[in-house]
Design a protein around this ligand. Structure first.
Ligand SMILES: Nc1nc2c(ncn2[C@@H]2O[C@H](COP(=O)(O)OP(=O)(O)OP(=O)(O)O)[C@@H](O)[C@H]2O)c(=O)[nH]1
Ligand SMILES: [Mg+2]
Length: 299
């Protein structure tokens, strides 16, 4: 009796080719782009809030995977009908971020109608000559307007439904991204590095997130945070001095709050999170200043 030994096929012998690439996440403000970035990376890289224009810088989150390395670029939400300085700067940042990308995730929120703004963003997305995925986010909620978005399906390489907040559908989304990514490309980040964000930027972002969470709709838009100083104290504590800039005295009063209660709450919640990030005891010193021209200096 002869036995034929099974030979591994040539396909199984060759190590699968790794794919590396830069994938930009774009969409209207508040659709959940930053929440998605955090879900993809599996840790908090970008701040999120219910307020529009939470993200103000292009932030990279890196997924290291046996299949390759994907750098996701989270972008500010595109706005089309608020013609102020900050908005046009944010829009410019998004446009700049589209250069040199290997693929695009267009995130939409079908709990809301498409509307003129979404149509304008969709036109911009349609111009991009890279593989694209239409990402329907917030699948944990009723999506009465899904069909308004699905009419665009044919323009995309894939359509994927997810719930970024519950981290549902993230695996299939990653699978789809690895499928559509071109094969060439080298890793952009060293093994293990998760973001391009440095500590000072991140501390300022965390303070801004707490302001956004604590205060009403109008205020966050007019507010920014800058780190003035960080220093090691002899007792091992990390001293962080952050300046909150806002555009009017009435806003400064809102941030400080009655008997300083609001600023205390903002400081306490931000400090706790900075302590978790750094693994150190932190003294967070907050100062609020009125500077109506900060949006003009924003870069
Ligand atoms: N129900 C539900 N809410 C979500 C989901 N993803 C994000 N959100 C919420 O939507 C709000 C906006 O989320 P962000 O991630 O800050 O949105 P963004 O698109 O980055 O917004 P900008 O930075 O302002 O452009 C937050 O309150 C999130 O918790 C989701 O899958 N389901
Ligand atoms: Mg964001």
């Amino acid at each position: 009796m002869t036995t034929s030994k099974k030979r591994p096929t040539a396909k199984a012998e060759a190590a699968p080719e790794k794919k590396n690439g830069l994938v930009v996440i774009v969409g209207r403000s508040n659709v959940g782009k930053s929440t998605l970035l955090n879900a993809l990376v599996g840790t908090k890289i970008a701040i999120t809030s219910v307020k529009p224009q939470t993200t103000r810088d292009v932030i990279h989150g890196v997924v290291h995977d046996p299949r390759g390395q994907i750098v996701f670029a989270d972008t500010p939400g595109l706005f089309t009908h608020v013609p102020d300085t900050l908005t046009s700067l944010l829009n410019e940042k998004v446009r700049d971020s589209l250069a040199g990308v290997d693929a695009m995730l267009y995130v939409v929120d079908a709990t809301r109608h498409v509307g003129d703004e979404e149509k304008a963003i969709h036109r911009l997305v349609a111009l991009a000559r890279v593989p694209k995925i239409l990402v329907l986010n917030k699948s944990d909620r009723q999506q009465p307007f899904k069909d308004e978005y699905l009419v665009w399906s044919d323009e995309f390489d894939r359509v994927v439904e997810i719930s970024a907040v519950d981290a549902k559908g993230i695996k299939p989304l990653l699978e789809a991204i690895f499928e559509i990514l071109p094969a060439e490309g080298v890793p952009l980040y060293p093994e293990g590095q998760l973001t391009n964000v440095d500590n000072d930027f991140w501390f300022a972002e965390l303070v801004r997130e707490k302001i956004f969470n604590a205060l009403g709709d109008e205020l966050p838009y007019t507010t920014t945070v800058e780190i003035d100083e960080t220093a090691d104290r002899p007792n091992g504590m990390l001293y962080v001095k952050a300046i909150i800039l806002t555009t009017a005295l009435r806003y400064k009063r809102m941030i400080i709050g009655h008997k300083g209660r609001m600023i205390k709450e903002i400081g306490a919640t931000a400090r706790k999170e900075i302590e978790i990030v750094t693994g150190r005891k932190v003294f967070l010193d907050l100062e609020v200043r009125v500077d109506e021209r900060w949006p003009e200096r924003f870069e």
